[in-house]
Design a protein around this ligand. Structure first.
Ligand SMILES: [Zn+2]
Ligand SMILES: [Zn+2]
Length: 185
């Protein structure tokens, strides 16, 4: 299988990697939102109340490690060309910065294919209809397919963050998955 994947044109390999990674990331992200004891881990990423390009770098280390492992191990085993993997990693890193940017630009028809700032800003909204929507990382395909797509025409959210406030310190946020668990019991 690795040989047949390496024999397809480079750009098609990149497209295949993006779709495979997007599928894994969609479900990993959705599970972090919808399984109550996992949510506090991901809530650290959502604790940002003013979204800008740096917001994508805020995440609990458990999520960062699990996400990278869940995406990169299957992609490595898929056996795509190293150049294709490098193009994907660069694309993913730049897109992660872009979608958190404070850019009120809609990206025209591209917003029907790729995850854009407007799409991911709605994911960070604390407004009711937007909660638990827009899980995809790269394309809007799986949110469309699994009916979690939310992007009201030309509108942007007014409020960001979590409905339950998190501690603001680094240590407080690192320990939050544990403290939230004990609070519940
Ligand atoms: Zn999320
Ligand atoms: Zn985000």
């Amino acid at each position: 299988m690795q040989q047949s994947i390496q024999s397809i044109p480079l750009l098609l390999q990149v497209a295949l990697i993006i779709i495979c990674a997007d599928f894994v990331l969609y479900w990993e992200h959705r599970v972090y939102h919808e399984v109550s004891w996992l949510w506090p881990v991901h809530a650290v990423h959502h604790s940002v109340e003013n979204l800008d390009w740096l917001a994508g770098s805020r995440g609990h280390f458990i999520q960062v490690f699990s996400e990278r492992a869940m995406v990169m191990v299957p992609l490595y085993l898929l056996g795509a060309d190293e150049t294709a993997l490098n193009i994907y990693v660069t694309f993913a890193a730049l897109q992660a910065i872009l979608i958190h940017c404070n850019l009120s630009f809609s990206f025209g028809p591209l917003k029907h294919i790729f995850v854009t700032p407007q799409f991911h800003h709605w994911h960070h909204s604390s407004e009711k209809p937007a909660i638990d929507t827009n899980y995809s990382a790269h394309t809007v395909l799986f949110d469309r397919l699994f009916d979690t797509h939310h992007m009201p025409n030309n509108l942007w959210p007014a409020d960001y963050g979590t409905t339950v406030k998190l501690p603001t310190s680094y240590v407080g946020q690192t320990l939050y998955p544990l403290t939230a668990l004990f609070k519940k019991k």
